[in-house]
Design a protein around this ligand. Structure first.
Ligand code: ATP
Ligand code: MG
Ligand code: MG
Length: 282
């Protein structure tokens, strides 16, 4: 077995994956796509599996696509990255499958965003379809803040960031829930991320404080159902707790960070991932 580990910036997570590969005595190459070009070349087929870990969504997406061209099994696949990396595409699949998501309106210009603000009502959340670590996820409390957000977004030179997901602000608990799923039907675990002072977001990157969580049947059911819908092979899922709807799926991530998860659950994620690959994806 030979593995390609695709990275751009090497985080603690990638170091832990390398350690698990070494512990299992598996042959691997680290391909840093921030430095090395990758050819459409059948020789890439020497890899059985590509573990896709670039921080940049587009680097991940296109690396997966090039490896798949040579017949490599990628985790995650370019199809999964396309959907999970884009919150609107994710919501489309989940909504169609009847899986609860935050009530959301999509606006594609500043004028339509201002209309959507009125429809949804303040306070609300406005975020772009693409992004991570909570960046640009905005709490909009009134029309003045809304006008500021729409003007700023319009100045960003990236088409996807000019699109607005305008959604209800779900503030039932001062936390969100993060789960990791492997192979679509194994829920590795979940933990709570508690929102720090002077924040509305729970991201660990923003100071969110990980704590352990009892997983109930409803949580397990919605997470696995949603993961099946988006076909995620190794994904993380963010869940919000809604006062009347119960659990709602906020988003998926196709390149899960798992430092906080390991701290809160004690579950060795890279070990599970490499064992799953070694078993032949079962
Ligand atoms: N509709 C909402 N209601 C309440 N809080 C929200 C809502 N949407 C986002 N948040 C908060 O903001 C955080 C970041 O939002 P989200 O997960 O959508 O963005 P992200 O940048 O993709 O995050 P990640 O780093 O997990 O990829 C969430 O973890 C949650 O705490
Ligand atoms: Mg995300
Ligand atoms: Mg998130």
């Amino acid at each position: 077995m030979r593995i390609a580990l695709v990275v751009d910036i090497i985080r603690q997570e990638e170091k832990l994956i390398v350690k698990a590969l070494n512990d299992h005595g598996i042959d691997y190459d680290v391909i840093n796509v921030a430095q090395e070009p990758i050819p459409f070349n059948k020789a890439l087929g020497r890899y059985d599996v590509g573990i896709i870990r670039a921080i940049s969504m587009y680097r991940s997406l296109y690396s997966a696509a090039v490896l798949e061209g040579a017949g490599v099994h990628t985790i995650n696949s370019s199809d999964v990255i396309t959907v999970a990396g884009d919150k609107i595409l994710t919501y489309s699949k989940l909504f169609r499958a009847g899986i609860p998501i935050p009530d959301s309106v999509i606006a594609m210009s500043p004028d339509s965003a201002l209309k959507a603000y009125e429809q949804v009502g303040f306070p609300l959340i406005d975020k772009p379809p693409i992004g991570s670590w909570g960046r640009l996820v905005s709490l909009v409390r009134d029309i003045f803040e809304g006008k500021t957000i729409t003007e700023h977004r319009e100045m960003i030179g990236n088409s996807a960031l000019k699109i607005h997901i305008i959604q209800e602000y779900i503030k039932e608990k001062n936390r969100d829930i993060r789960c990791i799923v492997l192979s679509k039907d194994e829920l590795l675990g979940c933990y709570a991320r508690n929102i720090p002072p002077n924040e509305w977001r729970a991201n660990v990157a923003l100071g969110g404080n990980p704590s352990s969580l009892q997983i109930d049947e409803k949580l397990k059911e919605i997470v696995l159902k949603a993961s099946n819908v988006i076909n995620g092979e190794f994904v993380s899922v963010d869940i919000l707790e809604h006062p009347s709807k119960g659990y709602v799926i906020n988003e998926f991530n196709d390149t899960p960070e798992f430092k906080g998860f390991m701290l809160a659950t004690g579950i060795n994620v890279p070990e599970k991932l490499i064992s799953y690959i070694e078993r032949g994806f079962s």
